[in-house]
Design a protein. Structure first.
Length: 411
């Protein structure tokens, strides 16, 4: 591999990471700007949950069908369309439409950010390294996402500090994310090698392969591993209002800590996880022990007293949990390669595993929003207990998948 080719691969990964971060920040504004979003759009916890759940319901089926799209159509065209269309919707979102129209926008985002984008982006990332480098490539990609997210989010935080009205700052942040998404979409159109991602298969074979993965135990187990991780990762959203409510942390400090949790940690944790898994030789082994640590961290939130004097204990535990989760997000798709999934089936397997793994988007935010609106601070206990239970489920899934791979290797 020559230097120019290596530089181009790094540039593709960076622009894809930057564009992806900007694009997904639009439907997931709650990750770093939960309270500003709630105040600017005049939404309740339950309404935010409903918006995210609608996005998740459409996203569930989009993940599955998106695998067929990724194996059938040009990755360059799919990614360019997704980034530009999602960014364009963001500019309408910034006009503060009604709750009903926000639901419509979220539904369309479920198509443009997932159906035509997600599986195609995973295939292109997988192409940027050899089979022995998958942990490193996916970890590096997530790390670049952290760099992009940190940069763009702190610029957004600057806007909130510049304007006295939170609604003005929120509008500029949405404009920023939308513009970055569109620009990256245009640049990637000229950088992605279209010929290398085209699959020469007839339509019947492609559709058949998409449904064949339903009978693959490995696809189910990878999906369960992602499901367990994603439930807990989604719970991080509620740690921002939790710190504000339970520990009286100022809003600006909560937002800054949320950005560090969401993006800064990703910069180091994901690449480090990629290097570690490549050295260990098994992402599944690393995730097995990681799930045990995650379960302990979730249970610890139930034990830390809820008073201002213990605020930094809660913050430190949150950061430790975030490091573990972003380590997972950086490498869990490397389990596709470790499980000896043929490259031509990558889109179908990723689509099906994502259908299972990201299904919490369809119900979790509405459930958590209901708990918080109806039970107040006690609702956080339900969130932490559910997260710990999912970590235990992840321990079981990784153990079974490791045994299946080991048995297949022996045979």
């Amino acid at each position: 591999m020559n230097i120019n080719d290596t530089r181009k691969r790094i540039l593709v990964l960076f622009l894809l990471a930057f564009g992806t971060t900007a694009m997904y920040s639009l439907p997931y504004m709650k990750s770093s700007f939960y309270e500003p979003m709630q105040l600017s759009l005049s939404l309740s916890h339950t309404q935010i949950g409903n918006i995210l759940s609608l996005y998740g319901i459409i996203g569930m089926f989009s993940y599955f069908i998106g695998g067929w799209f990724a194996d059938r159509f040009s990755g360059r065209n799919l990614i360019t369309f997704s980034l530009i269309s999602s960014g364009s919707l963001g500019f309408y979102y910034a006009t503060y439409p009604s709750y009903r129209m926000i639901l419509v926008i979220s539904g369309i985002w479920g198509v443009t950010t997932i159906l035509t984008f997600f599986a195609a982006s995973i295939k292109i990332v997988r192409m940027q390294g050899s089979e022995s480098e998958q942990g490193r490539v996916f970890g590096f990609y997530e790390g670049l996402s952290g760099v992009a997210g940190t940069l763009i989010s702190f610029i957004g935080l600057y806007f909130f500090g510049k304007f006295a009205e939170i609604s003005y700052g929120f509008k500029y942040v949405v404009w920023l994310y939308s513009s970055a998404s569109i620009v990256c979409g245009l640049l990637l159109f000229f950088l992605i090698n279209d010929n290398s991602v085209q699959q020469q298969k007839d339509e019947k074979t492609s559709i058949k392969s998409m449904f064949n993965v339903v009978s693959m135990p490995k696809a189910w187990l990878i999906g369960i591993m992602i499901f367990s991780t994603y439930i807990i990762f989604s719970s991080l959203t509620y740690l921002s209002p939790y710190l504000s409510t339970s520990y009286a942390m100022p809003l600006t400090l909560v937002t800054a800590v949320s950005i560090i949790r969401t993006y800064v940690i990703k910069m180091g944790a994901s690449p480090a996880a990629g290097i570690i898994t490549d050295k260990v030789g098994s992402v599944i082994k690393v995730m097995f022990f990681g799930f045990i640590l995650i379960m302990l961290s979730c249970l610890l939130f139930l034990l830390i007293p809820r008073s201002p004097g213990y605020m930094w204990f809660a913050v430190i535990n949150m950061l430790v949990l975030s490091i573990l989760l972003f380590s997972f997000r950086g490498v869990y798709f490397a389990s596709v390669s470790e499980s000896n999934i043929p490259f031509e089936n990558t889109g179908a397997v990723v689509g099906f595993a994502s259908f299972i793994g990201f299904s919490p988007d369809a119900f979790y935010y509405t459930l958590a929003g209901y708990w918080l609106d109806n039970y107040g601070v006690i609702g956080y206990n339900y969130i932490f207990f559910l997260s710990a239970s999912c970590a235990f489920l992840g321990v079981i899934a990784t153990c079974i998948l490791h045994r299946l791979n080991k048995k297949e290797k022996v045979q």
